[in-house]
Design a protein around this ligand. Structure first.
Ligand code: SF4
Length: 204
């Protein structure tokens, strides 16, 4: 059984300093410093990198949706995939309604449950930030949602507290966004190849 991510909330409970239990007011010059506690905590939870990013540097592009629709067998298979997710144009508007995101990166190392571990860490971070008073906190995960054996595609999501669409499923150019932060990502030549996973928690 894969290693379950330690709850960030538990970590925060143990943290001495109390910086989390207040609504944060952030200006552009010190966002990385203001959110450093979060980036350090997710690294402790096994995430390789956590970077504070301005949402203007999270890139959307029309071709991302096209790649989902023509070329991905998962198109339309879950409520977290297109055509159920925001279009690139809608996602641009959503991103522009936030100032920052925390971009998470983890290398998938052929370990069963790695994607679940990564997406659970994203949800824990979203919840922690929300409970700190940042009421707009919202996470985008990695890959298609596989929390149910078969998605309730004709109805509503049965795990709305856990299901989050992926960055690419919302029209984000993950390659350009990650490379812009100096983070690794490359085209896979086989499904067995180890890969880089990315997720984003929007924050303000
Ligand atoms: S949690 Fe289940 S119902 Fe909801 S999107 Fe994922 S697979 Fe579909």
């Amino acid at each position: 059984m894969h290693r379950r991510v330690q709850s960030l909330t538990n970590l925060l409970d143990a943290y001495q300093g109390g910086a989390y239990n207040r609504v944060m007011s952030v200006d552009a010059s010190n966002a990385a410093t203001q959110f450093r506690a979060y980036t350090e905590l997710v690294r402790k939870n096994g995430i390789d990198d956590a970077v504070v990013i301005e949402t203007s540097k999270v890139y959307t592009a029309p071709w991302v949706r096209m790649k989902c629709q023509f070329g991905c067998s998962g198109y339309g298979e879950t409520l977290c995939c297109p055509p159920h997710t925001p279009t690139p144009e809608q996602m641009r508007t959503i991103l522009d309604s936030y100032a920052y995101g925390i971009l998470l990166h983890m290398q998938w190392r052929k370990d069963n449950g790695a994607t679940e571990q990564f997406n659970d860490a994203l949800l824990d971070l979203e919840r922690t930030i929300f409970l700190d008073g940042c009421y707009k906190a919202w996470a985008l995960g990695s890959g298609p949602c596989d929390r149910c054996e078969k998605c309730n595609i004709e109805g509503l999501c049965v795990h709305p507290d856990k299901a989050r669409p992926s960055m690419e499923g919302c029209g984000i150019d993950v390659f350009k966004t990650a490379r812009g932060q100096g983070l690794p990502i490359h085209v896979l030549k086989s499904r067995r190849e180890e890969r880089n996973m990315y997720g984003l928690v929007l924050i303000e």
